[in-house]
Write a protein that binds this ligand. Structure first.
Ligand code: FAD
Length: 411
């Protein structure tokens, strides 16, 4: 165990000892993997378990075992050496822990499903300080809860995934110029995705000039899960032929398409909060597209983000995992950066109201992109039946709510 404060465990046994220590003092446990969740930054009483020393990545055939504190960039690098890949998030420094337990909507979600759909087992340190193996056959109910239920059920010290053979991907990167008709671009993107091969996943983001490291403007990133740039070019043609859409398709290694976390101009300044919301939505209809375009142009500090779903994401039965809204076809986020001088009180209210109207018809909220602790919102992050099942499992596995530094399932 790390000598400094005994908070950087190196083994599952170390983690178990820390959890037992927290239990004995009736203290909550904060778990940190990649450190991008809201709880990693806020101070709290209790025991903070930093899993960064538990980050080994082992490959045996297509089975990959990953320590609970690894990051997705490291995983992609190791898997590429074996001509394998997992659909993860889009950013290297994001943790396998937080992203997976919340679901994980990655760049190849339509080809291979959520990060959690590729999970076949997990080793968990429970609130009782016991080390438990879970899979479809060992503690299957706990394994079900881990796939979307967040950090509520214990500390995952090892994730076991089934990876997919992959040499290279095709990558399309397009800028949507200021003069382009954004609504037409979004409609073309939506229409393509209605019956596109599942190899295709598309992300659209329109961000303001907040920082020199994050280029402003609307961008479209299309990933084809396979080494076939021509197939990607063909399927995107109705979109790339539109006026003002400029870019190209190329071949790339999967680790190379993951982003580095942008470094802020002033690393000591607290990052601005993003006001607004997100939703897993059934249908990206014309009205919603118009709302998104109007929202982005109304507020200079606003962000619009969309990622396509469907395909393998929708193959998983609703009751198969704790993740909600398997009939969603898009993930949508609309928010405004709360930058002093850019948003006054009236605008802040308007941003919240307009973002609320955009996400109002959602099937569910995606907890991994909810940037703050909002206990009232947690039931809306799950299917109704799943939420009750999660509550029962929480009462069984963590009756004292030791793991409450998360989107907390009420016992
Ligand atoms: C730049 C950026 C890009 C992103 N891109 C995507 C994306 O493409 N797709 C997507 O779906 N999401 C994405 N996200 C959201 C991301 O999934 C969440 O922020 C996630 O919580 C980050 O996980 P983490 O391990 O880095 O954070 P952490 O703060 O370390 O963990 C978040 C929470 O997860 C729990 N937790 C983490 N590890 C464990 C563990 N081993 N055992 C038990 N509990 C644990 C804890 O409750 C913890 O508070 C992105 C976020 C950022 C900042």
């Amino acid at each position: 165990m790390d000598s400094e404060q005994n908070l950087r465990p190196r083994t599952a046994e170390d983690v178990a000892a820390l959890v037992r220590q927290a239990q004995a003092g009736a203290q909550p446990v904060t778990v940190i993997a990649g450190g991008h969740g809201p709880w990693s930054h806020s101070a709290s009483e209790g025991v903070r378990i930093d899993l960064s020393a538990l980050a080994d990545i082992g490959v045996a055939g297509s089975r990959v075992s990953i320590g609970g504190g690894a990051t997705w960039g490291a995983v992609a690098d190791v898997l590429a050496d074996h001509e394998l890949a997992l659909s993860s998030g889009d950013t290297r420094s994001v943790g396998v822990g937080g992203l997976t337990l919340g679901g994980g909507i990655g760049l190849m979600v339509r080809a291979w499903g959520l990060a959690v759909d590729q999970l076949v087992g997990a080793q968990v340190v429970t609130a009782a300080g016991e080390i438990v193996e879970t899979s479809a056959t060992e503690q299957p109910e706990l394994f079900w809860a881990l796939r979307g239920g967040g950090g509520n059920f214990g500390v995952v010290t090892r994730f076991d995934f089934e990876a997919h053979p992959l040499t290279r991907v095709a990558l399309g990167e397009f800028l949507v110029g200021d003069g382009a008709d954004r609504a037409a671009v979004l409609r073309a993107m939506r229409d393509i995705l209605r019956d596109a091969p599942r190899e295709l996943t598309v992300t659209y983001m329109d961000v303001p000039a907040m920082d020199p490291s994050a280029p402003a403007g609307a961008r479209l990133v299309a990933v084809w899960a396979g080494d076939d740039p021509d197939a990607l070019r063909r399927v995107l043609a109705p979109l790339t032929e539109l006026d003002g859409v400029v870019g190209d398709v190329s071949g790339a290694a999967y680790p190379d398409i993951l982003m580095e976390m942008p470094q802020p101009a002033d690393p000591d300044a607290a990052p601005p909060r993003l006001l607004g919301g997100n939703g897993l939505i059934r249908e990206l209809d014309d009205e919603l597209i118009d709302r998104l375009v109007a929202f982005r142009s109304a507020y200079p500090a606003s962000v619009v983000f969309l990622r396509s779903l469907g395909g393998a994401f929708g193959d998983v039965p609703q009751e198969g995992t704790a993740f909600p809204a398997r009939d969603a076809t898009w993930f949508v986020m609309a928010g405004g950066f709360d930058v002093p001088g850019m948003l006054d009180d009236a605008m802040r209210e308007a941003v919240l109201a307009d973002a609320g109207a955009i996400t109002g018809g959602r099937l569910a909220e995606y907890g991994n992109f909810a940037d703050a602790e909002r206990p009232d919102a947690v039931p809306g992050m799950f299917d109704v039946v799943a939420y009750e099942r999660l509550r029962e499992l929480k009462a069984r596995w963590d009756p004292q709510n030791t793991f409450r530094r998360n989107h907390n399932i009420a016992v």
